[in-house]
Ligand binder design. Sequence first.
Ligand SMILES: [Cu+2]
Length: 176
Amino acid sequence: MTALAASLAVTATLGAPAPDVLVQERFGASPRTAITYDTRSIPIGSRVVVLERREPDGGTSVALWLEGVQPLRTFGAHVHQKPCGPRPADSGPHYQHVKDPVQPSTDPAYANPRNEVWLDLTTDDRGEGGALSSVRWRFRPGEARSVVVHEHATQTHPGHAGTAGARLACVNVPFI
Ligand SMILES: [Cu+2]
């Protein structure tokens, strides 16, 4: 178990310091809180944990942990604007602190891990992995509703910034 996993487990079980939002789910195939669109990469029954903490300095920390997914694989992951649905596109675009006037946003000035929440992770040989992202702002209420796991690492170059391939799975998170 990695340090991040250990800290997630401690936070989840002891609740100290309590996260503001904690979601623990298993991915299923039908529309529900956590849905997989690619059962080869994100099998039914694999586990997801998402934590949000609103930091006293006005920032926000978000952690993502996956268990039972494809081993030795890098996944992109981000906070998205809309809830998960039966179609991968249902979760809408990425949440942005400063909204790009041009959508879909692929301009690195907006599509970057300081203006969005990126949670790319690489799994170990047991199919476990996690990521932690801290930003200097807080979510606008109701505008950040899910975490989406993508096919590959998130791109950063102009015209492709923020893209990470197909949407493999989605978990609803009531970010505050
Ligand atoms: Cu995304």
